[in-house]
Design a protein around this ligand. Structure first.
Ligand code: BES
Ligand code: MN
Ligand code: MN
Length: 464
């Protein structure tokens, strides 16, 4: 392990340069205009994986964006780890809020990252974190080898719901066979409080369209006489929460597993400063579902949020118009045992029911995903915890994350294999926001921790 860490230390600069080159490729999966760049990122990854010593590398085309696969199988007696990550990124919009262009990475020091952070779209989510695994592999491979068989599956559609991944996995069951899945695509509590993510929320994402009159109207001539679809949509959305912050869709909470008071106590023991939280977000008050703490509201409780809403006149100045249509994109974060399809149906039925007279409602489901919880009493969790303890000098805290990675539940459901979510980002790294960044400390700490994980996992599995 000494040699591995020495090698990492010696090659630090090059590792960073390679990541910078990777971050320059605008692999935005949501926007068809960037399909070529998404492909370019896949082939960049393929080339770097090859240089790192990974074998049988293949770019698998899908109905959408390609999946990059590679492996190194050294001994059938060793455990097999499937490393999953994604090389696609979120759109950088609103671009004017970036301090530097999203695909021209720059390194800057911040209060939280005094050693510097790399600013670029995808720096933390997930190019920087996925790349740690390639570099950790290289370091192990060049210094005695990886004590496990390793398979890499890096996809290009995570940010748009991993549409084609389930089909791909089912088609390549044998190729992907593994004892566990390792994912670095989540966060730690802070740079001196490590944590392992032990749960993710699911997702139901819908778009709604409310149609009133068959054309835009003069808001003076017709105003007051017909239902304004934007007024209607606003009211309908407002009614989805009651005064206690509970969601009012009938049956929404039916399958929610209530946590025991011990579990709740444990969750609320994690370090959290309400004052810092408010300060960092520029808000004067926190708010959410009554009876739950911020930590619970953002991890173990389901939510409903409007992600975007539009309609009518939004140009310069004032135009008097009673619009024909109003739209919104709404996401619901789900917790065990809520089912995304069931929730989508509940939403859709309810939303149509609460429409006032004079409007029609259309609900279009987008992507979804199942919630997941990963146990802490497994060999894979213990190996990750031990690895983090060695590099951070502190036992990591198991925490449930609020975001979603649909593949985690899919792997458990379809293949019966568990994932370990050993991420190294920070919640303050502005993923999906302008000025996304990833601490150099976090990048290197990840690369140092991963080989230890492989070592401990192999030892624990083989009893050596
Ligand atoms: N890496 C995130 C998920 C995440 C971030 C989990 C931080 C826990 C902590 C992932 O790339 C992501 O953004 N997923 C999407 C879901 C997808 C179906 C669009 C999300 O959570 O919005
Ligand atoms: Mn991600
Ligand atoms: Mn993301």
């Amino acid at each position: 392990m000494k040699a591995v860490h020495k090698y990492i230390d010696k090659n630090k600069k090059r590792y960073l340069q390679e990541l910078i080159a990777f971050l320059k490729i605008p692999s935005i999966s949501a926007d068809p205009k960037y399909a070529k760049d998404v492909k370019k990122a896949a082939s960049f990854l393929k080339d770097r994986m090859k240089e790192a010593g990974i074998e049988n590398i293949k770019i698998f085309p899908t109905a959408g964006h390609p999946i990059v696969y590679g492996e190194k199988i050294t001994d059938p007696k060793l455990p097999t780890v499937l490393v999953y990550g994604h090389y696609d990124v979120q759109p950088p919009d609103p671009i004017e809020l970036w301090d530097s262009p999203p695909f021209e990475p720059v390194i800057k020091k911040t209060k939280i990252h005094p050693k510097g952070a790399i600013f670029a779209r995808g720096a933390c989510d997930d190019k920087g974190q996925a790349y740690m695994h390639i570099k950790a592999f290289e370091a192990m491979d060049k210094n005695g080898g990886v004590p496990c068989n390793v398979k890499f599956m890096i996809e290009g559609e995570e940010e748009i719901g991993s549409y084609n991944l389930e089909h791909f996995c089912k088609k390549h069951v044998k190729m992907l066979k593994a004892d566990m899945v390792m994912i670095s695509d989540t966060s730690i509590i802070s740079n001196n409080t490590p944590s392992v993510t032990v749960g993710l929320r699911g997702l139901s994402y819908v778009e709604v369209e409310v149609t009133g009159p068959n054309k835009d109207l003069h808001s003076g001539v017709y105003g007051g006489g017909v239902t304004n679809p934007i007024n209607a949509l606003s009211k309908m959305i407002a009614s989805l929460h009651d005064l206690n912050g509970h969601i009012t869709i009938p049956g929404f909470y039916k399958d929610v597993v209530e946590l025991s008071s011990d579990d709740r106590k444990f969750i609320n023991k994690a370090p959290f400063s309400e004052k810092d939280y408010k300060k960092s977000l520029g808000i004067e008050a926190i708010n959410g579902e009554r009876g739950y703490s911020t930590l619970e509201r953002t991890s173990t409780r389901p939510t409903l949020d409007v992600n975007g809403m539009w309609g009518g006149y939004i140009g310069e100045g004032a135009k008097t118009v009673l619009p024909s249509k109003a739209y919104a994109k709404i996401s619901m974060r789900l917790v065990p045992d809520q089912h995304p399809d069931k929730i989508t149906k509940l939403f859709s039925d309810h939303f149509k029911k609460i429409a006032p007279p004079g409007v029609k409602v259309k609900v279009t489901p987008h992507h979804g995903g199942h919630p997941a919880v990963t146990p802490t009493n497994t060999v894979e969790y213990k190996a990750a915890a031990k690895a983090m303890k060695s590099t951070f000098g502190k036992e990591p805290i198991p925490v449930r994350g609020g975001g979603s990675i649909p593949i985690v539940a899919m792997f458990e459901r379809v293949f019966g294999i568990k994932s370990v979510l050993m991420g190294f980002g920070l919640n303050s790294d502005d993923i999906h926001s302008p000025n996304e960044h990833y601490g150099l400390f976090n990048f290197y700490r990840g690369i140092e921790t991963i080989p230890l994980f492989f070592k401990y996992y192999s030892e624990m599995k083989t009893g050596k």
